[in-house]
Design a protein around this ligand. Structure first.
Ligand code: GRF
Length: 220
């Protein structure tokens, strides 16, 4: 059974594209039903349209309150019978009401090994701190930013000559592999949340969501 999935974006949409491409694969358990952007000029919208996916541009500035904006987003998701929501570079904070309405059915990708480095300017902070291993995380969304039960993580080495940009690029490559893998787990019903931790249906699944890409080579 293919779970109808909505993706919320604000910009480039490269993670969105990775999810769209993965969902085209045979037997993938999620189908991308709609892409919604709060930014009318988001590059990702064009990609989604060209891929034949329904899109909606909902300008948050055109609404009086966060709640009013989210009400329209929620209606759009429900209109497309969405069961799962993926945040992919969606740059608006969501209210507790919205998040609770989609509890354990809304996931996010963040370019650090959470709970380390929530927030913004992650790669700058990682490089400045001299951290040796960074990465990315897919987690269930909670009302607190970048918090919530962790579904999958990928580790990415920080190289001695890395800048925030080169690290961002290498982490992004990992994001594009990790997010489709994590959505697959959720859509397949192979993960569930127990006491605010993710529990895997089988031990084989448990080891799948963590990998360390090669230190050098084509992941650079
Ligand atoms: C990614 O690094 C994602 O982890 C973060 O925002 C960025 C979005 O990039 N939440 P894109 O729009 O998916 O290309």
């Amino acid at each position: 059974m293919s779970r109808k999935t909505g993706i919320l974006i604000s910009g480039r949409g490269s993670n969105m594209s990775a999810l769209i491409e993965a969902a085209k694969g045979p037997g993938y358990p999620a189908e991308i039903a709609v892409v919604i952007s709060n930014n009318l000029d988001a590059e990702g919208l064009k990609y989604a349209e060209e891929a034949g996916i329904a899109t909606a541009a909902i300008d948050h500035r055109a609404h009086d309150s966060r709640e009013a904006f989210e009400h329209v987003v929620d209606a759009e998701l429900r209109e497309h019978n969405v069961e799962l929501v993926c945040l992919a570079g969606f740059m608006r904070l969501l209210t507790a009401e919205f998040v609770d309405g989609w509890r354990d059915r809304i996931i996010n990708i963040h370019p650090s090994l959470l709970p380390a480095y929530p927030g913004v300017s992650i790669h700058e902070r990682v490089v400045n701190d001299g951290v040796r291993i960074s990465g990315c995380t897919v987690h269930f969304v909670r009302a607190e930013m970048d918090m919530g039960p962790i579904i999958a993580q990928a580790a990415v080495p920080v190289l001695p000559d890395d800048t925030a940009d080169t690290l961002a690029q290498r982490v992004l490559t990992s994001e594009h592999r990790l997010y489709p893998q994590a959505l697959r787990l959720v859509a397949d019903g192979r993960v569930r949340v127990v006491h605010e931790r993710v529990v895997f249906a089988d031990p084989e699944t448990e080891s799948a969501p963590l990998y360390v890409p090669a230190l050098r080579g084509n992941t650079r």
